[in-house]
Design a protein around this ligand. Structure first.
Ligand code: DHB
Ligand code: FE
Length: 279
């Protein structure tokens, strides 16, 4: 039986990835954000997940106005990276988990989530940054499954739908016959609006971090407009944390967490959750 061993919510600002590449984690103003990953690395060494399902919002790499699925996931044996700026990225290959992916697709569709199924998919900075934070040194031991939620181009899925989407992933993983430990990642946020300074809302971000642990339904009940008012247009990346929390259902303990603002335009945050029943 596959089982979910933990859930990570994390910011995915490109400057985080550039700082890791430059090896300057201890020199930047948001060094405490990197420090908070120490206990996460120890936890990963102990728990050793086999697969990471990464919920993120595509930033125009895979999907643009000509083709904008609400929910899409990869079913490939491997994925390549790409990004929308900052120069040509180093080409990299991320191992996939096609058997688990296809099982999830089947389960989601039976569960009334008619997801777009992608034989090819590119990881943008939202995926690569999260994986590089988890596993520094381009040494990613887990298989990956990219799952994209449209948090960019209206009409957008509601927060409640993203939470329910995550819950459907929880059921799908639990019904996979293979013996796999699965880590769920939600890559995004927290409050920010690109190109507009001053959209960080620290008190809402801190409330988000509390509610994601103890009362995710509170966040799921918000409308998209309320999220934009409270957290800025790109604060909608909160959808990825809600999907993560939906998948890691039931009571959870915090392994470690941090809030650090600003990181670039964002209220930067990380939180690693473990099911109360253990990893
Ligand atoms: C920034 C934040 C993002 O979520 C993103 O996708 C790109 C850039 C930023 O604050 O710089
Ligand atoms: Fe983003």
């Amino acid at each position: 039986m596959a089982r979910i061993v933990g859930g990570l919510g994390t910011s995915h600002v490109p400057i985080i990835g550039r700082t890791i590449e430059a090896g300057k984690q201890s020199e930047v103003g948001f060094a405490p954000f990197f420090d908070a990953y120490g206990p996460v690395h120890q936890w990963l060494d102990k728990v050793k997940p086999d697969v990471a399902i990464v919920f993120y919002n595509d930033h125009g790499l895979n999907f643009a106005l000509d083709n904008m699925p609400t929910f899409a996931m990869g079913v490939a044996g491997e994925y390549h990276n790409a990004d929308e700026g900052w120069g040509e990225p180093e080409p990299r290959v991320f191992k996939g988990s096609d058997a688990l992916s296809w099982h999830i697709v089947q389960s989601l569709i039976e569960d009334d989530f008619d997801i777009s199924v992608c034989g090819e998919m590119l990881f943008d900075h939202a995926g690569t940054t999260a994986l590089d934070l988890l596993y520094p040194g381009h040494n990613i031991p887990v298989a990956t499954i990219p799952v994209v939620i449209n948090a960019v181009q209206p009409p957008l899925p509601k927060p409640s739908r993203c939470y329910a989407f995550g819950q459907a992933f929880g059921r799908a993983v639990a019904s996979f016959p293979g013996d796999l430990k699965v880590l769920i990642v939600g890559s995004g946020g927290l409050s920010h609006e690109l190109g507009v300074f001053g959209k960080i809302n620290e008190s809402f971000d801190r409330l988000t971090m509390e509610k994601i642990v103890d009362d995710p339904s509170y966040l799921a009940a918000l409308s998209n407009d309320e999220v934009v008012d409270l957290a800025g247009a790109q604060g909608l990346e909160l959808m990825t944390w809600l999907a993560m929390r939906g998948a890691v259902s039931g009571p959870v303990n915090i392994v470690n967490s941090i809030y650090h603002a600003p990181i670039s335009h964002t209220g930067g945050a990380m939180m690693l959750l473990e099911p109360e029943t253990g990893a």
